[in-house]
Design a protein around this ligand. Structure first.
Ligand SMILES: Cc1cc2nc3c(=O)[nH]c(=O)nc-3n(C[C@H](O)[C@H](O)[C@H](O)COP(=O)(O)OP(=O)(O)OC[C@H]3O[C@@H](n4cnc5c(N)ncnc54)[C@H](O)[C@@H]3O)c2cc1C
Length: 533
């Protein structure tokens, strides 16, 4: 069963590797496991529903509690401590477009706020009901989750928007295809959520972001139905798919989506190469991308992330042996790991691999042990989020944030971002463990993905205050140093205050007008995406 106050399936446990605890104690100090609230306590705190009964809407407190929050760190703090400011007044699980339309009509008539809910894996506050006078209805797309049309000739598949990553890939795999969209939240996130947040999968270098896959679909809005026909390309004015992408539930509910799919690859391999430092690794990654070597993934870790990843991987003796060999090859202390993904047909892959390894070698890359590290990464790529549960239960909070910038600005932004986070809790004598990787590479730049860990306080309010101090420091550094406030997590509530700096006042006004056209009463997921005025 899905864990109600953390990540994933509650039968899956990722134990802390032996070397991890002393490492964290050395970096952050010893921690005490927090006292988490029980599910029964949360359920008991759910207030009576303010919604009039409706046959499609469940008012059961257990269901409302399970849909009260997403997966951001503030969401975790709220769920784990039992301090939730608001719950949805009801949750509906529509099974047809007609039912979605009926729910929109019901929300309009009753003045309820309507939150589309995919997998609830948002890490930016997208699915949280906000406190207020109006009742809140959450519409889970979990039962609109089938394959409705498959066109093998055109490589197009149409799904109900609530389909999760594993179910979608299982349908396609059975037909010899893949979507190739693998965010780390793959296990629980949904096609509709990916589109509504402009998600990016781990293999975006090969398959593209969700924008490149989303060909058409259907959006039910308070103002009516928006049909997006699946053309290969069109010059018929501005592309309306672009306003649905990233709309974060503000325009309506995407009930189905047509996506471009690819034939299953004949072969897929991941390989690690280690560089003496980040400068060499960055130069290699840039050349790999700009020279067009056909890779499906690149991920370059800073020295601190490389060290942390190797410690958290366990297998202490093997890692120690690997590190000795790497040091002999020139990648000693300060080494940075680059993961490369090779996906596709066998013959071109052989050429791509030779090309890529040649480029990495010219930049000082050492590939000893890289195949085994690559296999290990592949095996645990969707398991890593489970470690967040274990770390929380040990007493450490972990959060991530992401941005993107042009190549020439990467060193500046990376330096500013980490320098903003590291001392952000100095005033209370707490340390922060910060590390970053570059991923989602483009010819003109890359995304920076930063993880930060700190100790959980005894008082949940204090833990939240620590998070706020860190998040604010990082967001300001991003805005001040030429990064986008989000490369793939979306805006939600947490990034909304920084949107004006990126879009400008006219840009924001246009977005507000678009929302008002689809949703004149302002019932669709208010408070998300656009900053409150
Ligand atoms: C452990 C972890 C790892 C993650 N890794 C990645 C990653 O690698 N790449 C990445 O891009 N993101 C990642 N995320 C963030 C998150 O998974 C994405 O934002 C994802 O796209 C959200 O999908 P969802 O189905 O869970 O949507 P939800 O969280 O349910 O909703 C997100 C937003 O989309 C709207 N929405 C959802 N479905 C619909 C619909 N059918 N119609 C209209 N609006 C809708 C909601 O109203 C909300 O505003 C990660 C999150 C976690 C917790």
């Amino acid at each position: 069963m899905r864990r109600w106050n953390g990540w994933g399936d509650d039968t899956v446990v990722y134990p802390l590797p032996e070397a991890a605890r002393p490492f964290l104690e050395e970096r952050l100090g010893p921690a005490r496991p927090p006292r988490d609230a029980t599910f029964e306590r949360i359920v008991a705190a759910v207030p009576p529903s303010r919604l009039a009964p409706h046959p499609l809407v469940s008012q059961a407190p257990e269901v409302r509690a399970r849909h009260a929050r997403g997966q951001s760190l503030p969401d975790w703090i709220a769920m784990r401590s039992g301090c939730l400011a608001a719950f949805p007044d009801g949750v509906a699980f529509p099974t047809t477009r007609g039912e979605v339309r009926a729910l929109i009509a019901y929300a309009r008539e009753t003045g309820a706020r309507l939150i589309p809910y995919g997998g609830g894996t948002s890490v930016a506050g997208h699915v949280n009901p906000l406190p207020g006078e109006a009742p809140v209805l959450t519409a889970s797309l979990a039962r609109l989750n089938g394959l409705t049309h498959f066109d093998a000739v055109s490589h197009l598949a149409t799904f109900g928007a609530g389909i999760t990553g594993p179910d979608l890939e299982a349908e396609l795999r059975a037909r010899g295809f893949t979507l190739g969209h693998f965010p780390q939240s793959f296990e629980l996130s949904t096609l509709g959520g990916w589109i509504a947040t402009r998600s990016s999968g781990q293999q975006s270098l090969g398959y593209g972001r969700i924008e490149r896959m989303f060909v058409g679909g259907r959006l039910e809005s308070p103002a009516g139905t928006l049909e997006l026909a699946a053309f290969p390309a069109s010059a018929a004015g501005p592309d309306l798919r672009e306003i649905v992408l990233g709309s974060e539930g503000r325009l309506g509910i995407l009930t189905e989506a047509t996506v471009r799919v690819s034939a299953l690859p004949e072969r897929e391999r991941f390989h690690a190469v280690f560089f003496p430092d980040l400068t060499h690794g960055t130069a290699a990654a840039r050349e790999l991308v700009q020279s067009g070597v056909p890779l499906s993934m690149l991920r370059l870790s800073t020295a601190v992330e490389t060290e942390t990843a190797l410690i958290l991987a366990g297998h202490q003796r093997l890692i120690a042996a690997l590190e000795r060999v790497l040091a002999l090859g020139g990648a000693g202390a300060g080494k940075c790991m680059l993961l490369l993904g090779f996906t596709g047909r066998k013959a071109p892959l052989r050429a791509a691999r030779a090309d890529a390894l040649d480029i990495t070698r010219r930049h000082g890359g050492v590939r000893l042990g890289g195949a085994a590290v690559g296999r290990q990464w592949q095996k645990s790529r969707f398991r890593t989020p489970y470690l967040r549960n274990t770390l929380w239960e040990t007493g450490y909070a972990v959060d991530t944030l992401e941005t993107a910038t042009r190549w020439s600005n990467i060193p500046t932004l990376l330096g500013a971002l980490e320098a903003a986070l590291r001392p952000a809790l100095d005033d209370i004598g707490e340390r922060v463990h910060v590390f970053t990787h570059l991923s989602h590479f483009y010819a003109v730049g890359a995304s920076l993905y930063t993880t930060y860990a700190f100790r959980i306080a005894d008082d949940p309010g204090e833990t939240l205050r620590r998070w706020q101090a860190l998040k604010t420091a990082a967001s300001r550094a991003i805005v001040a140093h030429g990064g986008t406030i989000t490369h793939h997590h979306g805006v939600g509530t947490d990034h909304a205050p920084y949107l004006a700096a990126e879009k400008g006042e006219l840009g924001l006004a246009v977005l507000r007008d678009v929302c008002a056209r689809f949703d004149p009463q302002g019932i669709m997921n208010p408070g998300k995406l656009l900053p409150s005025r």
